[in-house]
Ligand binder design. Structure first.
Ligand code: GTP
Ligand code: PEP
Length: 234
């Protein structure tokens, strides 16, 4: 069952997508793609993730947090009319975890009761994946009495990182993206007395960081991303 639609009012589930600048991202792909191709790739991937979130049941709003507003604006030009909002990341708050704190503040200010953090580099993400994460989450954020877990961690294919994360918007939960973040987020949920569940599905587990990740993508997906072409929505 999908969450109620709060598009016209306060509350609901707000997706927060961190997006790095158009120059430095995807540095680990430098051996496979030149800077212009990496920029096209980052843009096409971000458009894909945002487009999936915008059509997913249960997602009420999409915020993209970035220090590079011109890049994000250009990247999302085709999706912006459909409701994505770009939130500037101040220069004094650098890094991924700080970006998410900025996004959380913005989401709470817009009345969010649940956050869905989604990285902008998930080429196989589909609306069914988003639905599965929200189904695994407690219907009332922070309350698992009616089934579902307050914190849902969607890990990567190595079971090491976190590609998406569902949590109550106002929970005392520190973002711990970086090395071994799957275990760090599970520990953080337990510290905050919020039951965590870890989910691993093909659409949520495949992120694009390394040359190995690039090589494992279906050829048709690689060809589109190399040229900055949008990925088809399933
Ligand atoms: N706003 C913001 N987003 C970030 C930052 N660092 C990473 N991201 C985003 O967080 C997600 C995961 O990024 P990573 O895979 O850790 O880093 P990356 O920049 O994509 O790639 P590498 O250069 O290889 O580390 C992607 O959506 C990035 O765009 C940051 O400092 N600020
Ligand atoms: C920062 C993370 O992602 P990535 O593996 O994309 O660097 C993480 O998993 O915590």
């Amino acid at each position: 069952m999908s969450a109620p639609d709060h598009r016209d009012g306060a509350g609901g589930t707000v997706a927060v997508v961190p997006l790095r600048d158009g120059v430095s991202g995807k540095s680990r792909l430098a051996a496979a793609l030149d800077p212009a191709a990496r920029r096209r790739l980052v843009a096409a991937l971000a458009r894909h993730v945002v487009a999936v979130l915008l059509v997913s049941d249960g997602v009420d709003r999409v915020l993209v947090v970035t220090a590079d507003v011109p890049f994000a604006t250009e990247t999302l030009r085709s999706t912006a009319p459909r409701g994505v909002e770009i939130v500037p990341q101040p220069a004094g708050r650098p890094g991924l975890n700080a970006a998410l704190d900025v996004g959380r503040d913005a989401a709470v200010a817009r009345g969010a009761d649940r956050l869905l953090v989604a990285h902008a580099d998930l080429p196989l993400l589909a609306p069914d994946d988003v639905a599965a994460l929200l189904d695994a989450a407690a219907p009332t954020p922070g309350d698992d009495a009616r089934g579902g877990a307050p914190v849902v961690v969607a890990t990567d294919r190595h079971l090491a990182g976190t590609n998406l994360l569902v949590l109550p918007a106002t929970a005392n939960f520190r973002f711990r993206f970086g090395e071994a973040s799957r275990a760090a987020h599970v520990a953080e949920a337990e510290r905050a007395d919020l039951r965590p569940v870890v989910v691993r599905r093909p659409g949520t587990a495949v992120d694009l960081d390394t040359v190995d990740d690039w090589g494992e993508l279906p050829r048709a997906v690689r060809d589109r991303l190399r040229h900055g072409l949008d990925l088809p929505l399933p």
